[in-house]
Design a protein around this ligand. Structure first.
Ligand code: NDP
Length: 325
């Protein structure tokens, strides 16, 4: 079958994202053919495009999509043609009108959730789920720090952490983003381009520090984030939007109070199907209750993915971004 997809023949800037006609094979025995209604944009797509995370060339980027099953392989029993499904996993290839996916990586989209919401929430929302519920289990009364609080993962973490009874401190790149984070559960937005977030966290916590920092900014914030933690606190370094964290002396973790450090990835937390399904169910539940709202603040035509990449890298987006085939 012929369809269209974004292809990358050489890694580089947004201009390497080319809209082309491609062939999609019939689904193998364990696979499902999906026609996308919406595709999710994520920061990791930039790493694949730039070559920071290498992928064999040429390839179609993208890890997240939602749509309708068109055909299933011979051994697939859980899904049938017409089912609405979503995913947030390898293999790459979401930036396409249609694609095949292993059936065991899909979840069914509940009726109350639209395709656009599903494509916006799966990767960032299941990330929020494992960060808050598994990596460090947030308890009522905790005060937590989340960087890039107005971003895709950030807005979800703010809302969900507040719902869990936490006080949320969040860093943001502008006044508008501070207002947005505040409207989504962030009690204390900090403008980290101009304000000293370590001093502010110390002040807000009466000098105690926080039990956990969720840091996706990386290079620019990593060492300062360690200074925000209380003894035995947990540094969750889950991204590198400002660049890779420099190698550092692990003795620092002892010097700053026997800190824990983890560098988690959604792929490991959802590798088992039971974990994938449980994470998605918990996410759909908080969204269904209205405790967490999915903010799709930007949409682009899929063939215009380069513009979406420019805006995400340029810190111009807030909340989630969806590409429409
Ligand atoms: P975001 O919407 O959070 O976009 C990135 C944000 O990072 C920007 O909007 C900006 O917000 C902030 N930022 C700070 N410094 C820079 C910089 N130098 N260049 C660009 N942005 C910067 O993206 P996502 O929600 O898609 O992802 C957030 C992060 O989480 C990414 O690093 C991503 O790789 C990571 N991630 C990790 C996962 C995991 O399992 N480990 C899974 C999902 C995401 P501001 O202007 O407010 O500073």
């Amino acid at each position: 079958m012929k369809t269209h997809a974004i292809r990358i023949h050489q890694t580089g800037g947004p201009e390497v994202l080319l809209w082309e006609e491609v062939s999609v094979a019939a689904p193998a025995a364990h696979e499902v053919l999906i026609r996308h209604a919406a595709v999710g944009l994520n920061y990791i797509d930039i790493y694949h495009r730039s070559g920071l995370y290498p992928a064999p060339l040429p390839f179609t980027p993208g890890l997240e999509g939602a749509g309708v099953v068109e055909a299933v392989g011979a051994s697939v029993t859980e899904f049938k043609a017409g089912d609405r499904v979503a995913y947030a996993n390898p293999p790459l290839g979401a930036y396409a009108e249609a694609r095949v996916m292993p059936a065991d990586r899909l979840v069914r989209i509940p009726d109350a959730i639209t395709d656009v919401e599903a494509a916006a929430m799966m990767l960032q929302g299941m990330t929020a789920q494992y960060l808050l519920r598994r990596t460090y289990r947030v308890k009522p009364g905790d005060t937590i720090l989340i960087h890039a609080a107005a971003g895709g993962v950030g807005l979800l973490v703010c809302q969900w952490a507040r719902h869990l009874g936490a006080t949320v401190i969040g860093t943001v790149g502008s006044e508008d983003k501070a207002d947005l984070a505040k409207a989504h559960g962030c009690h204390y937005p900090i403008l980290y381009k101009t304000e000293d977030f370590v001093a502010q966290v110390r002040e807000i916590t009466n000098g105690q520090g926080v039990p956990v920092v969720y840091d996706s900014v990386g290079k620019d914030t990593f060492l300062k984030s360690l200074d925000c933690l209380q003894p035995l606190g947990m540094m969750v370094s889950f991204g590198q939007s400002s660049g890779k964290v420099e190698p550092f002396d692990t003795g620092l973790l002892a010097a700053k109070g026997s800190l824990f450090l983890t560098r988690p990835s959604l792929m490991a937390y959802t590798a088992k199907r039971s974990d994938l399904v449980a994470g998605a169910e918990e996410l759909f539940e908080v969204v269904g209750q209205g405790a967490v709202r999915i903010e799709v603040n930007q949409t682009y035509a899929l063939k215009d993915a380069a513009s979406a990449h420019r805006d995400l890298e340029g810190r111009k987006t807030t909340g989630s971004t969806v590409l429409l085939p």
